[in-house]
Ligand binder design. Structure first.
Ligand code: G3D
Ligand code: MG
Length: 235
């Protein structure tokens, strides 16, 4: 009887919670399995993924959350676009190809640069140690060591959880349980600190928009001057 009442209370508590809109970014090196992971979460087969050009976006509902995930291209030349999404992001999903030992150093540098960014430091990070189905894939403890993960997340005050997983073993309801568990952990941590994160995101996105506007004005001014100069040259 007591547990029935407790369940009812919990249900009522959850039902009363507001719907929260949350943006997450899915990052990591190219070929780590980001697109396969988002496809699986979305309920689509993760097979036959084409390399991501720029970014793709998925929307999903998870409990009282409306979640948008930006799957950002991980190629070296495209990583520059990641920072455009930092301000609006409540949390980070960092996907690692655990079988690609040769690129662990590059992965570590990329993660270090990401966590050090002022619009990312302090936000929660879920690390998916992907491709565990592959022979020779590093186990969770080895990935932690290769990336100096504990040091990195402590330095930048990011709460972190790592989940060893495989993005290709199932999708939708049959998705790897570790991916689901990791996503629920991330949303739980965001919910716990929602008000502070919300405020930070409002402030950071406002600043970013102002900086973009300023840049636009400066660019327009430069173009105007160039046109004026070339007009004077003709006459
Ligand atoms: P990215 O979006 O991070 O660049 P993708 O990576 O999702 O495009 O995946 C890159 C390749 O890795 C794809 O293979 C994909 O099928 C494969 N892959 C992704 N996750 C896993 C996994 O957990 N296990 C295994 N074995 N392979 C995975 P192709 O052959 O299409 O390049
Ligand atoms: Mg991709």
């Amino acid at each position: 009887m007591y547990s029935l009442m407790a369940n009812c209370c919990n249900w009522l508590k959850r039902w009363r919670e507001p719907i929260r809109k949350v943006t997450l970014i899915m990052v990591g090196l190219d070929n780590a399995g980001k697109t396969a992971t988002v496809k699986g979460i979305q309920g689509e087969s993760p097979e036959d993924v084409a390399p991501t050009v720029g970014f793709s976006k998925i929307d999903l509902k998870q409990g009282r959350f409306e979640v948008t995930i930006f799957d950002l291209g991980g190629g070296k030349r495209i990583r520059g676009i990641w920072k455009n999404y930092y301000a609006e992001s409540y949390g980070i999903i960092f996907v690692v190809d655990s079988s690609d030992v040769e690129r662990m150093e590059e992965t570590k540098e990329t993660m270090s640069e990401l966590l050090r960014h002022p619009k990312i430091s302090g936000k929660p990070v879920l690390v998916l140690a992907n491709k565990q189905d592959k022979e020779g894939a590093l186990a969770e403890a080895d990935v932690i060591e290769c990336l100096s993960l504990e040091k990195l997340v402590n330095e930048h005050k990011c709460l972190c959880q790592i989940e060893p997983c495989s993005a290709i073993i199932g999708y939708g309801k049959k998705i790897d349980k570790s991916i689901k568990k990791g996503l629920l952990w991330l949303l739980h941590i965001i919910a716990k600190d929602f008000d502070a994160l919300y405020e930070r995101i409002q402030k950071d996105t406002t600043e970013q928009k102002a900086a973009e506007e300023q840049e636009k004005r400066e660019r327009a001014e430069r173009v105007r001057k160039i046109r004026e100069e070339s007009y004077l040259c003709i006459f």
